[in-house]
Design a binder for this molecule. Structure first.
Ligand SMILES: [Mg+2]
Length: 362
């Protein structure tokens, strides 16, 4: 057996996390169709309870659409501080079993339990214990997937959701992948799925029939990953110190914006939010990206990479303003703006090994 077949990976995923926390804390919301998010005209559903999902309501859906699908839908504003605190409780439970924890978000993580702190042999039992402890400590349900790599563990955690778990063994991994539509694969978004469809790839078996050269030619850097997962192979390690690739913030406006001045003014709070996070983490980045979503839902992005990492929120605002000006006049009014910092580094512009930048006040 090769090392990659003998690893034991668990993917733990909380069930309808934000919505379940709200139902836990507000008994009158239990059993009700619930959406966490803004009910305003421009609001978006951040999470939906299972009662709401029956009506076709799901996360990232505009609230207006959600309300049309489910007229009795109850909207609750998000309480991220509470979700973060629960997430911390869950991570402490994980840490009783392994230091190899890779969070994907507040409510999902990969755990490598091949060698674990309890000396337990059977990963299925570890997953059962962890889910029972999560229920005990937080009152919430979690689902889990157990397999020999991250890709399959993640796929498995969906199989018996909610409040269930599933195992994919080395013996049935390749067959499982073959039968699955590629659009269900983690890492294949709607755009990639459509490109695959145009190449005649709809199932794992179709994907498996393509050569590495073909997949690399059509899907670039993702080619080797797709080649591997089509065979149930995924060599990615569980990385506890998973480094963030970007820090971003975005805002949908109550009213669409038409003029450059008011749109530029909206960049400041976004850049400040990004910078506050960077300061807290002691990181910065050289690439500033602005995302512009227009009233017809089409979007544009513009990026610029500086020689030095940003040294302040004002640096980010300056780059973002230039980028925004480059798409003015807007082809439609602006519905949403986003600011992202990437090419992240541990240096914060005016510190570290880079020559210091002058602190100029304009
Ligand atoms: Mg979840």
């Amino acid at each position: 057996m090769t090392a990659s077949l003998s690893r034991k990976i668990i993917h733990v995923d909380m069930d309808a996390f934000y919505a379940s926390v709200e139902q836990r804390d507000n008994p009158e919301l239990r059993g009700m169709p619930l959406a966490v998010g803004g009910s305003a005209a421009r609001g978006v559903v951040a999470a939906a309870s299972y009662e709401a999902r029956k009506f076709g309501v799901h996360s990232a859906m505009p609230s207006v659409t959600a309300k049309r699908k489910c007229p009795d839908l109850i909207f609750v504003p998000p309480r991220f501080e509470v979700y973060k605190a629960v997430s911390q409780q869950i991570r402490e439970i994980f840490a009783e079993y392994t230091p190899l924890i890779e969070p994907l978000s507040l409510d999902e993580a990969y755990l490598d339990v091949t060698e674990n702190l309890k000396g337990m042999e059977v990963a299925t039992e570890i997953a059962l214990e962890i889910r029972a402890k999560i229920k005990d400590v937080t009152g919430l349900n979690a689902s889990a997937g157990i397999s020999y790599n991250k890709f399959l563990a993640k796929m498995a955690s969906d199989l018996n959701k909610p409040n269930g778990q599933a195992v994919i063994t080395p013996k049935n991994g390749p067959g499982f992948v073959e039968s699955l539509p590629v659009k269900k694969f983690h890492g294949v978004g709607p755009a990639t799925a459509e490109r695959m469809r145009r190449c005649g790839i709809e199932t794992g078996l179709d994907l498996k029939s393509k050569s590495l050269e073909f997949l690399s030619a059509h899907f670039g850097k993702s080619g080797p990953y797709f080649y591997g997962i089509a065979r149930g192979v995924d060599e990615r390690q569980v990385r506890p110190d998973r480094v963030r690739k970007s820090v971003g913030a975005e805002d949908t406006f109550a009213e669409d914006l038409d003029d450059l001045e008011s749109a530029t003014a909206e960049l400041r709070p976004l850049a400040d939010k990004v910078w506050r996070y960077c300061e807290a983490q002691g990181i910065s980045g050289k690439t500033v990206t602005v995302k512009i979503k227009y009233s017809d839902f089409t979007q544009a992005t513009r990026s610029r990479t500086g020689v030095f990492p940003a040294a302040s929120g004002a640096d980010i605002v300056e780059s973002a303003s230039t980028l925004l000006a480059s798409v003015f006049p807007f082809k439609r009014s602006v519905r949403l703006l986003g600011v992202t910092l990437s090419s992240l580094t541990r240096d914060q512009g005016d510190t570290g090994t880079e020559p210091p930048q002058l602190d100029l006040d304009f």
